[in-house]
Design a protein around this ligand. Structure first.
Ligand code: GTP
Ligand code: MG
Length: 242
């Protein structure tokens, strides 16, 4: 059976405990776990989405922040279309380390990869150590998309994807649906089991205040999306319904 749906690979990077898995869980299943369960090695999820009227499959790679698993990351960077570097707004070091995470990808990444800087845990405002403007100016300087979110409350998470990442993907990877009508549906998404998850940005905005600061990005929009090979990670991640 052939599967010709376009696939886009998204990798999450960042220090241990910044909330990579939590953002991913909020985005793909609208759920949040308070209890910390460190990612071991790497986790894999897939999620269907409609971007600019086209059905696409997002392949989501959730890396572990722990140092001992770092050697696994490079092989996933190579094919990543979108690289999301996460820091915790209440931990200054995690922001300082975002430069290291970015530098480590530089020699490996696709030339047209979209970089996204995300400050997480904005619900903990009284503990904030990284002002929004610091994140914003770092992202501006590097021409990354920038957004602040709370995986816990959900604030900003859907907007991050719907209003920032998806439009940039549509532009850079020239994603256009066949069916004109699809364009009126907004970004309606399904999880890997095919359940619909409403991700329309305007609806989301009515419910939540939103994150912050859609950033700037480079425009090198000339390449097609990769055909993502089956990953063969070690240890093996959960490859749900690829
Ligand atoms: P590793 O897998 O070890 O790299 O960590 P991670 O980056 O995946 O972090 P994870 O998502 O496991 O979250 C770490 C802890 O932070 C957990 O206890 C989460 O409940 C908590 N957490 C994540 N996001 C938020 C948030 O937005 N607000 C608050 N208050 N806590 C959060
Ligand atoms: Mg994790």
């Amino acid at each position: 059976m052939t599967d010709d749906v376009q696939k886009y690979k998204i990798i999450f990077l960042g220090d241990q405990g910044v909330g990579k898995s939590s953002i991913l869980n909020r985005f793909s299943q609208d759920k949040f776990e308070q209890e910390y369960q460190a990612t071991i090695g790497l986790d894999f999820h897939s999620k269907n989405a409609i971007i600019n009227g086209a059905n696409v499959r997002l392949l989501l790679y959730d890396t572990a922040g722990q140092e001992k698993f770092k050697s696994l990351i490079p092989m996933y960077i190579r094919d990543a279309n979108i690289i999301i570097v996460v820091y915790d707004v209440t931990v200054k070091d995690s922001f300082v380390h975002t430069s290291h995470w970015v530098n480590e990808t530089n020699d490996l990444k696709r030339e047209d990869a979209i970089f996204v800087l995300v400050g997480n845990k904005i619900d903990l405002d009284d503990k904030r150590q990284v002002p929004t403007k610091e994140g914003h100016s770092f992202a501006n300087e590097k021409e990354f998309i920038f957004f602040e979110v709370s995986a816990k409350t959900g604030e900003g998470v859907q907007e991050l994807f719907n209003n920032n990442i998806f439009p940039e993907m549509a532009k850079k990877f020239k994603i256009v649906g066949d069916d004109e009508d699809e364009n009126d549906k907004g970004n309606q998404n399904t999880d890997s089991q095919g359940h619909n998850i409403k991700l329309d940005g305007s609806e989301e905005k009515k419910k939540k205040k939103g994150g912050c600061c859609g950033g700037k990005k480079k425009d090198k929009s000339d390449e097609n999306p990769i055909d993502v090979p089956n990953p063969s990670p070690n240890p093996t991640p959960n490859e749900n319904n690829l």
